[in-house]
Write a protein of this length. Structure first.
Length: 337
């Protein structure tokens, strides 16, 4: 039997949060706000950079002009950086963004574990250590930003069977760690390939936590059955399947996904009547040279051009921006009705 509060105990379709009648979907922008590090190097407690922090200001100004209130899911090095607190704290206090938590265990105290690939997924750590790291990050955000975070994302999407209970204990009300359609078991991580795209409530003995999956859809001739085919073929076959138009996995992110593909995914998500579309990216992509997705100034210009195209498409389709606070209010209203 799955333990109470397990994010992997997916609910039946009737228990998923659905749109009603002519209700329109919404979207929110979630930003993994984190240190700069070499994604190809071994994990380390030290040796990271914070050169991309000033670029958070440009990012925030862009979204303010677009009338979008992003949520910055900040991790320990970001919380410890005065520049980040000044940039994001001012925007949060003015009501232009939200602040949530993202836990990278290898840089978050207490440092009682071996630093390695398996332990980079918080859900693999001993329960007491998971709770201690989550508590330390929550308290640091509260003390530095003056607001207790209610939204959480596990770094590397690393949930564990007890994460729901611990989040509820610590006052978190929303999780956005489930990356539907992805399977990380080859690297010691969780398997989300069968996760729903609709939100759902995770009930625990300490309270309920709303799961808001990161949105990934499957396009192609096979339609909804494409997910089944995708996960039953080797990774070497995926590019060929996409070229043939049979099945293609498309995540709602500017990192590695062309804008026209993202617009196609938006249309699929609207057709599937998802209540909320979850966009995501990593803050180091805001400065060239930190991630595989933005290597040059030209790449950075394309990054913002991606958002121009996607936000225009969302507006044409009548999909408006929302926030974690509004998402929770929507889900609670539906649960009460």
């Amino acid at each position: 039997m799955q333990p109470a509060g397990d994010f992997f105990a997916y609910p039946a379709a009737p228990d998923l949060i659905q749109l009603e009648g002519d209700e329109r979907p919404r979207f929110w922008v979630t930003i993994d706000t984190e240190e700069d590090f070499d994604w190809d190097a071994p994990f380390s407690q030290t040796g990271y950079g914070l050169g991309s922090v000033p670029a958070l200001g440009d990012c925030q100004r862009y979204f303010e002009r677009a009338a979008v209130r992003p949520i910055y899911l900040v991790d320990w090095p970001i919380v410890a950086d005065d520049r980040a607190v000044e940039i994001l704290g001012a925007a949060q206090q003015a009501g232009y963004c939200e602040i949530g938590a993202q836990l990278h265990p290898w840089v978050t105290p207490p440092h009682d574990e071996d630093v390695n690939a398996r332990n980079s997924y918080t859900g693999n750590l001993p329960i007491a250590l998971q709770r201690a790291k989550m508590t330390a990050l929550r308290d640091a955000i509260r003390d530095r930003f003056g607001v207790a975070p209610t939204a959480y994302r596990a770094g590397r999407y690393g949930l564990g069977p007890e994460t729901g209970t611990m989040l509820a204990e610590l006052g978190f009300r929303c999780d956005t760690s489930v990356r539907a359609g992805f399977d990380y078991r080859a690297g010691h991580g969780p398997n989300y390939r069968d996760a729903p795209l609709h939100p759902w409530w995770v009930r625990t003995g300490q309270g309920a936590v709303l799961e808001m999956p990161v949105t990934t859809v499957f396009a192609g001739l096979f339609g909804r059955a494409g997910r089944w085919l995708y996960h039953r073929t080797s990774s070497n076959s995926h590019a060929a399947l996409a070229r043939l138009g049979l099945v293609e996995r498309i995540a709602l992110t500017p990192e590695g996904i062309p804008a026209e593909k993202a617009c196609q995914a938006i249309d699929i998500a609207i057709e599937a009547r998802l209540p909320v579309l979850t966009f995501s990216f990593h803050s180091p992509s805001l400065q060239p040279g930190n991630t595989p997705y933005v290597r040059s100034d030209a790449d950075l210009a394309l990054f913002y051009r991606w958002w121009d195209v996607v936000l225009d498409h969302l507006a044409r389709r009548g999909v408006e921006a929302t926030t974690a606070e509004a998402i929770l209010a929507m889900a609670e209203r539906k649960a009460a009705s």
